[in-house]
Design a protein around this ligand. Sequence first.
Ligand SMILES: N[C@@H](CCC(=O)N[C@@H](CS)C(=O)NCC(=O)O)C(=O)O
Length: 195
Amino acid sequence: MILYYSPGACSLADHIALIEAGMKFDLAKVDLKTHKVVDGRSYLDINPKGYVPALQFDDGDVLTENIAILSYIADKYPALMAPGQFGRYRLLEMLSFISSEIHKSFAPLFNPATTEKDKAKAFDAIRKRFDFTAKRTEGPYLFGEHATVADAYLFVTLLWAEKNGIDIPKPLKTLAEHMRARPTVDIALKQEGLG
Ligand SMILES: N[C@@H](CCC(=O)N[C@@H](CS)C(=O)NCC(=O)O)C(=O)O
């Protein structure tokens, strides 16, 4: 398997989850501006959508979208699934919220053309969504004592928040500290040149 990634991007969540799950995989760094893989191949031939992550299986099949890749990993390694009778759906609910409400709220902050007014709006939206998530966090992780693939995804957005000077509510700071303390996270950060 090959995970196509860009350092510190949302693909870091899949990277952490793959290590947590003990899956065998290689990493391929993608330049998101040129759409070139580090070995010179065109990334658009692998994922025509142009963005990371993409997970390529040994038979060449490619899975894209964080929610799909993280769900696949949790299905393969149920320790990373949310607990309870509806755990799978609770996990999807959380992954969807992180993807469409939290992750997407950061988009204006990655665009150098964003005005200060629009940046302030993005900050406000992110804070509101973090506050909501903090209230739902059972602690220390989203679903209690055990980390799931959703914690890996949320953790990446918390790194972006730190970088942008956005206040993080206490329960999510605690969650980020717990994630940082995991050896798998340390490995992933170092492999992406961020450690
Ligand atoms: N819907 C996609 C969005 C992925 C996404 O936003 N990837 C960003 C990095 S965090 C990216 O590759 N951006 C570069 C681009 O859109 O060209 C998913 O959830 O996997």
